[in-house]
Write a protein that binds this ligand. Structure first.
Ligand SMILES: NC(=O)c1ccc[n+]([C@@H]2O[C@H](COP(=O)([O-])OP(=O)(O)OC[C@H]3O[C@@H](n4cnc5c(N)ncnc54)[C@H](O)[C@@H]3O)[C@@H](O)[C@H]2O)c1
Length: 433
């Protein structure tokens, strides 16, 4: 019997115990899916408040329903703890911790390293460890594997190690965790087979690849593809504005081509934990091999300049009614980084607020998913929509096109800058990106 057969049997019979490290946007939906599939799941998070919410059956992630979570907790299939010493009791450990950038735009692997240290401390023969955090090619075999092997066990023989990128799209009601195919690459064939078997229990399709590096690169290709195409369409939008062409009409007509074109839309800039960050993991790693990723740098430059461009359009709008930015009351509709979510991470709306604040504007905002924004030591609270459209301000800015906004009411305001084409029109008083 090969060394991985006992774990394979436990996965197939759903008797394997699964530990998920990091219970955020990625880890919590996954934990609930595994529990729903019949596995015994323990979540490990350093944030005690999150563990307490889970153990009380309350979800803090919009894509995870509290009723699903509560059912899993009630049935004894899901619990959360900060006690990492329990990791040794798990058959499978799935690492879903953050992978941010440092201020210098270099990868910050400190969360992955900390999680891997915790796994290494209790690692035993027969365990399967999977890294899901988005990271540069080589992280699993160059960073995590040596840490785990430092106790004398060998990967793909005594224990098993794989990388499987998370592709979840928060707020997407069409594709949830279980509907998105999972790419899996192990450090060897046994690791790939085991990790594939685990995911086959909860997702519609598993795509095994030949190595952890290929799996790591797949995720970075996907997100770089988005960053570069958004950069391209943002540049086309600036170009069209100069040439007095309606970019939105151009994209709508172009997307009627049934092959070879995929629509991307201009906007106020990139946001979220993935698209603005992940490509820089790739360019950093490529630079170590003496390769300069010009597309990534250029897209970063174009996308990073969009908040400044939005502010210039706000200045144009105010100028059209004889007002300066300084002292003007500017109301922002939507501050989350994308529609229908409450995630503020890297949101371009925060840059727009900062730039406007710097120029002396008086800023208010409405976002049904974000209660408050802290800026320059001040806390701005979200103004209810009805109150917002009734208040006298000099310019409204649609930064995020949440579905719940009543756009007819916004269109009726005297001066609007629409960065998302949410109103679908221009006209007197409406300035579209
Ligand atoms: N959010 C997304 O849409 C998305 C999509 C695909 C991939 N990813 C990737 O998945 C990873 C996780 O992202 P996320 O959005 O879930 O992050 P998150 O911030 O929502 O959640 C991470 C969780 O990890 C916990 N944590 C941090 N260090 C820990 C440690 N040492 N031990 C235990 N818990 C720890 C944090 O308290 C937090 O609850 C990142 O690499 C990200 O790039 C995210």
């Amino acid at each position: 019997m090969s060394t991985h057969s006992p774990l394979l049997s436990r996965i197939q019979s759903r008797s394997a115990r699964i530990g998920i490290i990091g219970l955020g946007y990625v880890g919590l939906p996954l934990a609930v899916e595994f529990a729903k599939a019949g596995f015994d799941v323990t979540g490990f998070d350093v944030d005690d408040a999150k563990n307490a919410e889970i153990n009380a059956g309350r979800s803090y992630i919009p894509d995870v329903s509290s009723s699903d979570l509560a059912a899993a907790v009630r049935d004894g299939r899901l619990r959360a703890t900060a006690d990492m010493s329990c990791l040794g009791a798990m058959d499978i450990v799935d690492i879903c911790v953050p992978t941010p950038l440092r201020k210098t735009k270099d990868p910050d692997l400190s969360y992955v390293v900390k999680a891997a240290e915790a796994v290494a401390a209790t690692l035993r023969a027969g365990q399967l460890v999977i890294l899901e955090s988005t990271t540069y090619p080589g992280t699993t075999d160059e960073v995590v594997q040596p840490m785990l092997e430092s106790k004398g066990l060998t990967a793909d023989r005594d224990f098993f190690l794989a990388f499987s990128p998370e592709r979840v799209d928060p707020g997407n009601t069409r594709y949830k965790t279980g509907d998105i195919p999972k790419v899996v690459g192990g450090v060897g064939p046994a690791s790939t087979e085991l990790a594939s078997a685990v995911y086959a229990a909860v997702v519609t399709a598993v795509v095994p690849v030949s190595s952890t590096r290929v799996a790591e690169m797949v995720k970075l290709l996907e997100n770089t593809f988005r960053a570069v195409n958004i950069g391209l369409v943002n540049e086309i939008a600036l170009m069209c504005h100069k040439m007095d062409i309606n970019v939105w009409e151009v994209i709508d007509a172009a997307k009627t081509k049934p092959f070879g074109f995929m629509p991307f839309y201009p906007g106020p800039g990139l946001g979220g934990h993935c698209i603005p960050i992940d490509p820089f993991y790739l360019s950093w790693k490529a630079r170590q091999s003496g390769f300069e990723c010009r597309f990534i740098e250029l897209a970063g430059h174009v996308n990073g300049a969009m908040p400044e461009y939005v502010v210039s359009r706000i200045a144009d709008a105010l100028n059209s009614v004889g007002k300066p930015i300084k002292g003007s009351r500017i109301h922002i509709f939507g501050v989350a980084y994308k529609k229908d979510v409450g995630d503020l991470r890297e949101s371009p709306a925060l840059d727009i607020i900062e730039l406007l604040n710097h120029r002396g504007a008086r800023i208010t905002f409405t976002d049904p998913y974000v209660a408050c924004v802290t800026h320059a030591g001040r806390v701005l609270e979200s103004v209810p929509f009805e109150q917002a459209v009734a208040q006298p301000f000099d310019c409204a800015v649609i930064a995020t096109d949440h579905s719940v906004f009543d756009y007819a009411r916004i269109a009726a305001l005297p001066l609007v800058v629409d960065t998302r084409n949410a109103l679908g029109q221009t006209g007197p008083g409406i300035f579209r990106l």
